[in-house]
Design a protein around this ligand. Structure first.
Ligand code: MEZ
Length: 537
């Protein structure tokens, strides 16, 4: 499968493999990291950002693609929407059917609420499903939530909201037990002890995994639980605008059937946004590891309703997206590959960094190796560096790859690349939205009765998330959002439904001289448009 030039470079990698495997690359100093990030991390390319002109974050910066959507035109004309014709009437409306939405639905249902999930694709079509390497929790004797806190807070450049990190790490061990009891098949030793490994930026081994299908296994379990509880899931139905009541509280959503284009009204005492990330906006032209639905819809809906965003200007580029072959360009190569012993090496077979630096540092380091040091390997679509996977079996013994990362083995085997024998080519891929909607510890946004969970939240991870803290946050914050929303719904008063905020936002657009025609929320990536089956009317 590899080209002759690639094979020539692989020979250099092989020649140094034993020496590289034994080496312990040094960690960068804080100053070195700062300089590296400023020079090579995509978050620092100023011309890729614009100033937001309207709404709660007016005057702050965000990526160009997001600004266009945040300031976009509504898909509805409020005059044409009949808010008296209610199609769904529930206590808790959950927008999004991934891990956070499902966890929220389970807890809200357990609390006795009448709950419904609306999702523009199907339940489980979400970034949760795509997560591979694992979920963090400090539940081993040599670890503690306090140490987990320091790792996560430091890894996020001390920018996270401390109270949210506290919640994340202190509720983590219970989250693992909850998943285990629901039936997630975590990797365990013969005596039943959970196997844990390191991730980038972790000072203890606290990554719990189900091989390299961790997200899929968690999503399978959550989906079963939602379906077993007979929680209604309205699929292929997108939320295209939130509905507020006359006191400014969230009170439902305008939904649109993705096939027929029909408009439906969901009235709800509380609403939870769990719409996930934004990788399919392909910021700065990067490929993505994300699911097709990741188009920042929740941020747009909440913003138009008046909610504040936090750290909307920071994205995570996973260091190891597949750079070759082109059929899997941008697909996730889990960090677990590095946790198990594979190192990153350049075209000359030289190790150029510690493989478990935090993700932003690691991604910037790969970009520098290719762009500045010119030590990348060229492909049709760009370039990459080697992730020397055969090192894993040098360290862990024959059979480790098949046992611990079978998904990786299969993904590359389809293209005649045996990762046990040959390295793989990687380059950063757009993976995660570090920022999102600002919430308090009850998961409520600045709009009353509007809750948020999962990747749509900003502030849990500061300006950089560590591996495995996202599968964790969808469970911790998903469950808590479900509980809080159900509790609030119990004695929530609801006034008259209104879409006045949509008119107000349109007026703000006009006053700011914004006359773009871009409709938002985006719902689907640009390249699905033109396909009549998927184009929302
Ligand atoms: O948390 C993640 O993003 C994750 C587990 C990804 C991975 O490398 O597997």
């Amino acid at each position: 499968m590899y080209t002759d030039e690639m094979l020539e470079s692989i020979r250099k990698v092989e020649a140094r493999r034993a020496e590289n495997a034994a080496a312990e690359p040094r960690r960068m100093t804080a100053d070195e990291k700062d300089k590296l990030l400023e020079t090579y991390h995509p978050d620092y390319i100023t011309e890729q950002f614009d100033t937001i002109k309207i709404g709660a974050n007016k005057g702050e910066k965000a990526p160009l693609e997001l600004v266009e959507l945040l300031q976009g035109k509504s898909r509805i004309d409020p005059k044409e929407i009949n808010l008296d014709r209610i199609d769904y009437d529930v206590d808790v409306l959950i927008i999004g059917g991934g891990g956070a939405g499902s966890s929220a639905a389970i807890e809200a249902h357990k609390a006795g609420a009448n709950v419904m999930i609306a999702t523009k694709l199907r339940i489980g079509d979400a970034n949760t499903m795509m997560a591979e390497g694992g979920i963090q929790a400090a539940d081993k004797p040599n670890d503690s939530p306090a140490i987990h806190f320091l790792d996560a807070f430091g890894g996020g450049h001390f920018a996270a909201k401390k109270e949210l990190v506290y919640k994340l790490v202190t509720e983590a061990p219970e989250a693992i037990q909850w998943l285990n009891n629901l039936g997630v098949e975590f990797d365990k030793d013969k005596d039943g002890t959970m196997i844990t490994t390191h991730g980038g930026g972790t000072s203890r081994k606290r990554m719990h995994a189900a091989k390299d299908y961790s997200g899929a296994e968690i999503m399978r379990t959550l989906r079963d639980e939602v379906l077993n509880r007979n929680i209604p899931v309205v699929d292929f139905t997108a939320a295209i605008e939130l509905i507020l009541d006359d006191k400014g509280r969230a009170a439902g959503a305008v939904l649109q059937n993705m096939e027929t284009g029909d408009i439906l009204i969901a009235r709800a005492k509380t609403v939870i946004i769990a719409t996930g990330g934004a990788g399919r906006l392909h910021y700065q032209g990067f490929p993505t590891s994300n699911h097709y639905g990741a188009t920042a819809d929740g941020l747009v809906l909440a913003y138009r309703a008046g909610a504040r965003l936090l750290y909307q200007d920071t994205l995570q580029y996973h260091p190891t997206g597949a750079a070759f072959p082109q059929q899997i360009f941008g697909a996730l190569v889990t960090e677990k590959v590095r946790s198990l012993g594979a190192k990153l090496v350049n075209a000359d077979g030289e190790v150029f960094m510690h493989p478990l630096e935090t993700r932003d540092v690691c991604a910037a380091s790969i970009i520098r190796e290719c762009k500045a040091h010119k030590k990348g390997v060229q492909t049709i679509l760009g370039e990459g560096v080697w992730l020397d996977t055969p090192m894993i079996e040098l360290k862990g013994g024959a059979g480790t790859i098949e046992k611990r990362i079978p998904a990786m083995l299969r993904m590359f085997a389809k293209y005649d690349i045996d990762i046990r024998k040959q390295p793989i080519l990687v380059y950063p891929t757009l993976h995660y939205q570090n920022g999102g909607i600002d919430i308090n510890t009850d998961c409520m946004s600045s709009v009353p009765n509007l809750f948020v969970a999962g990747e749509a939240v900003g502030g849990i991870h500061g300006r950089n998330r560590l591996m495995g803290n996202s599968l964790l946050d969808i469970i911790v914050f998903g469950r808590d959002a479900g509980k809080s929303a159900a509790k609030t719904a119990k004695d929530a008063a609801m006034g008259a439904l209104t879409l006045d905020h949509v008119n107000k936002f349109a007026a703000e657009r006009k006053n700011a001289g914004i006359d773009t025609e871009t409709l938002s929320p985006k719902l689907l990536p640009t390249y699905t448009h033109g396909n009549p089956r998927w184009e929302a009317k």
